[in-house]
Design a protein around this ligand. Sequence first.
Ligand code: IMP
Length: 194
Amino acid sequence: MKKRMIFATGNQGKMKEIREILADTEYEVVSMKEAGVDAEIIEDGTTFEENAVIKAKAIMELTGELTLADDSGLEIDALNKEPGVYSARYMGEDTPYPVKNQKILDRMEGVPEKERTARFVCVIAAAFPDGQIRTSRGTMEGIIGYEIKGENGFGYDPIFFLPELGRYSAELCSEEKNRLSHRGEALRKIKDIL
Ligand code: IMP
């Protein structure tokens, strides 16, 4: 019988991705809802690592079960690594992404191409019932483009340009994105730790 593990997210897209990546392990992954946990966790850390650990630990302590949690965001070098851990909250949680993305393009106006470097970061924390904590980090490097482009993905994907591919992240299909993404990399690394 497979061992059970909770993935602390309410996001169905993330659940699908983690189930696919962990399919060949001894773990069955369940969402917080499936585990019967309903908790509002305050993510007041200042790094992706801190926030991922806060979430994983809180749910592990509530359930006593092995719990994974992730935290992710976009770091733009020319903007002092903003929006960083505040990516979801940038300009307010309810502000639509076309508005957030346009604001970033405006702030990047005049910044030359070689200084437009940015990356998506994802940190996954695993909180074990014996109190042990492990983390893994994945990144996807690119630059902030000059327009909003592409229909796929979510969040900041339409302004994130991948120079090697000559395409915006929102122009990748989900298989390509999973293969290249910060989240895919962090998930594969945590799989090796488990
Ligand atoms: P969270 O880790 O679910 O809290 O998400 C953090 C935020 O970072 C998201 O709401 C997006 O704004 C941004 N973000 C994280 N990963 C991606 C991505 O793959 N594409 C676009 N935006 C992302």
